[in-house]
Every structure is written in C-alpha cells, then in structure tokens.
Design a protein around this ligand. Structure first.
Ligand code: ZN
Length: 374
C-alpha cells in the first residue's frame, strides 16, 4: 500500500506535490481560513505556499515567528494560538518544531492543522502527541494529528544534510526500540502488537535499503525516509503507545535534552541525539554475549544477532553529516556517564538499558561506551 492510501486509513491526507500542485489539499481548504505559520528559516518556502493557499482558501494569512529556531514552549504556543484568531486552519511550514506548535495550538483552540514539510528530520509529522517545553521541562502532551502532510520532494531532497541524517537516526533507532519491545516480551511478558511491529520493521528496512540513494541526495531515498517517518506515527496509533518508535535510544535522548534545558543551552536535533543513542543500544546488544548468562538469554541473543552492528549506524550517520561522538554535542563526560546509569528510569519501559542496569553490568559497560563514543 502506498503511503497516501495508508495515511488515508488514519484520517490523514499525506500528499506529494504532483504537477506543481496539491489537489486534495487545495480542495480541503476551499472554504477555510488558513494561517500559514513559519519561522525566519522557513519563510523562504512559506511565500509560495501562501500563494498556493491564497489561490484556494477563503482567506489566507501568514505568521512569521521572529526566530530562526523557535522552540515549542508556552510563549510560542500562545503566539501561534493568538495569531490564529480569525482563522480556522493552521498550516506549519517547517519540520519538528513548527509542526508541533501548529498541532498543539490547533488542538487547544479547536482548529485543524497541517504541515508543509521542509525537512525529513523526525517522525512527529503523523503522531498525535507533541513534545513541549513547559517551565523549562520537556513534556509530551496529547495533541491532534495533522490533517494534511504536504510533501514537495524538490524541497525535502534539498534539506540540510544533517536534518536528513537526523531523520535517518530516528529511523535506525527503530531497530533498537523494536528489539527492546521484543526482548521485553521474552523477559517480562509484555505484549507485542505484531501488526505495529511488522509495519514499522518493514518501513525501516525499506528506508535502510535506500540509504545509498539518500547519501547521493536522490529523491527516491528521501521518499522511503518520509514513508518510514510517517509510518512510525501510524505504528504508534496501532500499538496505542510509543513502543514501536521509542526505546532506550530515545530515553537517552530525553535524558540529554533535560540536561541541555537545565543549562539553558540550545537543544540539538532530536534525531541527532537519538542516532547517538542508537549506536549505544546497538553496542549493548552486540556485546551481550560477553556479559553473564541469564534466564532466557538465548532468545535475547538471537534477537541481537538480527541487528546491524553499531559501526554500520555510525558510518551511515557520519556520511549524512551527523555527529557520532557525544562530545561533539558539547556533552560532558559526567552527563554522558549519568545518562548511561539513569536514562532507563525515564519511562517504566523495559529496554536494553534496563537489562544492563538491573543486572549490574553497566559499571563495566559504561567504561567501554565512554571509551568508544564519548
Ligand atoms: Zn524519535
């Protein structure tokens, strides 16, 4: 099933530009009053989008957030919600943050929202929750899903390489979180939703097979990446939680994010941090046999064998201009060490980190990881 047909099942119009137009979207907004929301970085894409909207909607306005890199905090959510007065549809032009802002402001004020994606950098386009910063803390809130996800592959293919790399990091991560889910079913009896599991895994493999095309900057690669990023949202809907899309590598990323927030520092791209966490998780899985045996270990080893080696993820991420050492993000040794010992406490969810920390293996494993990836 192609992504447009699959998306339709989830009530989303995921539409690629054809013949210079978005026919379904253009029809959807006929009687609507649409506010186009962008920031200083994405305003270059927003004007042609506003022209297209203006030619179809009952009314069109534009809100430019006065920052090249806005964050989804209370003040900015308020600015978007208030900017939406007189409109009934919020269209984000951007990627993670703009999409989150419009989804959440739309949810709070009972307005539909959509996104014109400018970079394939994370899997939040199709998800119904949104990460926000409230009172300096990172928190995930329920929101609405975007009604329309507009994809212009001429734009997406030209996104900064590191943003594409971040999207790939968020997808390679799924190898690990799916394995976390599977081993949890072996070791704790947690249920795996097989439909969500295989939908996600198939999309990850298709994206992974397209990495050479991505490295060459070809649209065909970016299409598979966008497919996988959207399917991640759908797999979460099917599972009823974020298990198919988030495991230890995401917990490590959240831990780091809170540390950046505490220090009032700029937060690196989600997928960049998740990519680093993915290398750590892969290393833990691939070195499991060097740790003491445990009840059920053979089945866990068998799952670990299906995973790519950490060197593979490292090579892919590096080729897409993503950092492959924690120190490259300005993270201190202490913070990274604490992350290894503490990140599993972020969610009550069994992962490879829980396995290592609960069995007391982290003490030696942390030294190995610091040596390799600091
Ligand atoms: Zn993610």
């Amino acid at each position: 099933m192609d992504i447009q047909a699959l998306s339709k099942k989830f009530g989303i119009n995921a539409e690629r530009k054809t013949g210079g137009r978005f026919p379904v979207f253009e029809e959807n907004i006929r009687s609507r009053r649409v506010l186009v929301v962008c920031d200083e970085t994405t305003r270059v894409f927003a004007q042609p989008v506003a022209d297209m909207v203006g030619g179809n909607a009952a009314k069109c306005g534009m809100l430019v957030l006065p920052s090249p890199e806005p964050v989804a905090d209370e003040a900015t959510v308020r600015a978007v919600a208030e900017g939406g007065d007189g409109y009934d549809y919020l269209l984000a032009v951007g990627a993670g943050t703009l999409n989150d802002l419009c989804k959440y402001a739309g949810f709070l004020t009972h307005r539909q929202s959509g996104v014109y994606a400018t970079a394939p950098s994370m899997d939040g386009f199709s998800s119904s929750v949104t990460p926000l910063i409230e009172k300096g803390f990172k928190i995930t809130r329920p929101a609405q899903t975007a009604s329309d996800i507009l994809m212009d592959f001429d734009v997406l293919t030209k996104a900064p390489r590191i943003m594409t790399g971040a999207g790939v990091g968020d997808i390679l991560a799924k190898y690990c979180c799916l394995t976390d889910w599977r081993i949890s079913s072996y070791l704790t009896g947690e249920q795996v939703n097989e439909e969500a599991f295989s939908l996600m895994l198939d999309a990850v493999r298709a994206c992974d097979n397209s990495v050479p095309a991505l490295q060459r900057g070809e649209a065909a690669g970016v299409e598979k990446l966008m497919d996988a990023l959207l399917i991640s949202g759908y797999a979460m809907v099917i599972a009823g939680n974020s298990r198919p899309a988030s495991g230890a590598e995401h917990h490590m990323s959240h831990f780091l994010e809170m540390d950046f927030l505490r220090h009032g520092e700029r937060i690196p791209l989600h997928g960049v941090k998740v990519g680093l966490g993915t290398m750590v998780s892969l290393y833990f899985y691939k070195t499991l046999r060097s740790r003491p045996a445990f009840d059920g270990c053979e089945r866990v080893y068998a799952e670990a064998e299906k995973l790519p080696p950490p060197e593979y993820a490292e090579g892919v991420l590096a080729s897409l201009n993503c950092p492959t050492r924690f120190s490259e993000l300005g993270i201190s040794r202490d913070t990274m060490r604490n992350m290894l010992f503490e990140a599993y406490k972020i969610r009550d969810r069994f992962t490879v980190l829980t396995l290592y920390c609960s069995r007391g293996w982290m003490k030696t494993a942390a030294d190995e990881i610091m040596e390799k990836y600091f």
